[in-house]
Design a protein around this ligand. Structure first.
Ligand code: SF4
Length: 252
């Protein structure tokens, strides 16, 4: 099975996808920046309840306190060791965003007033050999619409191309699982408490199916070319990538 997370990695760099498929792992350290993103993701799961709370800021402050205690348990596998100073620094940075988040939640009232959603449901398609868990699967009318939570930067308008493609992959999975067409998806930018809705486009569906086929080739052992604009700075695989760069397939 190919996971939607494999597609995300492929979009960043096909070679990263190759190294992960060969059993290598990203180096993860519990830096304040990484912890901040994990905390923001957990916090975004509480925006619905914050939206309906009388005092949104107090509600989010309480949730942040709860999450800061639970993060080491929820992300035990990803983060075997978290030092107290890094955690405190990450929590403090997220706390500084809360007022802004509270002021933005009402502008996404339709989204946050809907409490009919599942968190990280596991979806599978035998037909496409694809699996993945959108951050939320939202019940709207008789159907289901996927939403993803992003903890990085937010574009001025719309969503990043990588976010569009990730959502498109989830839409294909939702359609396969529920046998109903899905024409849209949502991206939540957690640091701002803002939601952007996107229409799913045919050419992006096509692109996901192409990427899926290319990942299958990678699984069979084909190493893709090193892309010109690859994000090699701080890449966990930089050393082994340089060594193997002369022996790549022309497939990509
Ligand atoms: S070093 Fe660069 S090309 Fe190689 S896997 Fe990392 S990002 Fe991709």
């Amino acid at each position: 099975m190919i996971r939607v997370s494999d597609i995300n990695v492929y979009i960043k760099c096909p070679r990263m996808c190759y190294f992960l498929q060969r059993g290598h792992e990203f180096k993860r350290d519990a830096s304040p920046g990484y912890l901040e993103r994990l905390i923001l993701k957990e916090l975004a799961l509480t925006y619905n309840s914050a939206f309906s709370a009388k005092n949104k800021l107090s509600h989010l402050n309480d949730e942040l306190d709860r999450i800061s205690g639970e993060i080491p348990v929820i992300y035990r596998t990803e983060l075997p060791a978290i030092d107290d100073d890094s955690l405190a620094s990450a929590v403090s940075n997220v706390r500084s965003c809360l007022e802004n988040i509270c002021s933005n939640l009402p502008s996404n009232g339709d989204f946050y007033s809907n409490n009919s959603f599942h968190v990280e449901p596991l979806l599978k398609s035998e037909k496409f050999g694809l699996t993945g868990s959108p951050d939320k699967l939202i019940g709207i009318n008789e159907g289901h619409v996927p939403a993803i939570i992003k903890t990085g930067s937010m574009p001025e308008t719309g969503v990043w191309q990588s976010d569009r493609l990730q959502l498109t992959a989830y839409v294909i999975l939702v359609e396969e699982n529920f046998k109903l067409p899905v024409d849209r998806g949502f991206v939540e930018y957690a640091r701002w408490g803002k939601v952007r809705e996107i229409a799913i486009k045919r050419h992006e569906r096509r692109k996901i199916l192409q990427i899926k086929d290319r990942i299958r080739k990678i699984q069979e052992g084909v190493m893709p070319e090193k892309p010109e604009n690859a994000p090699c700075d701080h890449c966990s695989f930089e050393k082994m990538c340089d060594v193997r760069s002369t022996l790549t397939s022309r497939f990509f």
